[in-house]
Design a protein around this ligand. Structure first.
Ligand SMILES: [Zn+2]
Length: 88
C-alpha cells in the first residue's frame, strides 16, 4: 500500500520531537505527520466558534468577540462560553 508522504516542514526542537514521538505512540498514530495533523485540527477547533442562536459557525473578530456569518449575531466569550450579545 502506497500512501503519499506528506512532508510538513516544521523545525522541531529535540524536546518537541520527543513530545511528538510520545504522542504518536500514545495515540497509536502512523507517523509524526499524523500527530501534527491532529494537533492542528485541535488548534483549529479551539478557535472555531459555533453560534448559540443558529448553530452555524461564527467568525472571530477579536480575541473574545465573534460575529455569526449566518444570522449576524454578535457573540462574546464569557466564562469560556460564546454568548449572544446582540441580534441583528
Ligand atoms: Zn447565527
Amino acid at each position: 500500500m502506497t500512501e503519499p508522504i506528506q512532508t510538513i516542514s516544521l523545525a522541531l526542537t529535540p524536546e518537541e520531537q520527543e513530545a511528538v514521538d510520545a504522542l504518536q505512540q500514545e495515540m497509536g498514530l502512523a507517523g509524526p505527520s499524523e500527530v501534527i495533523h491532529v494537533l492542528l485540527r485541535q488548534a483549529q477547533q479551539r478557535v472555531s466558534v459555533v453560534c448559540p442562536t443558529c448553530g452555524h459557525s461564527a467568525r472571530k473578530t477579536a480575541e473574545d468577540v465573534a460575529s455569526c456569518t449566518s444570522c449576524m449575531s454578535v457573540l462574546e466569550l464569557s466564562d469560556g462560553i460564546w454568548q449572544v450579545i446582540s441580534l441583528q
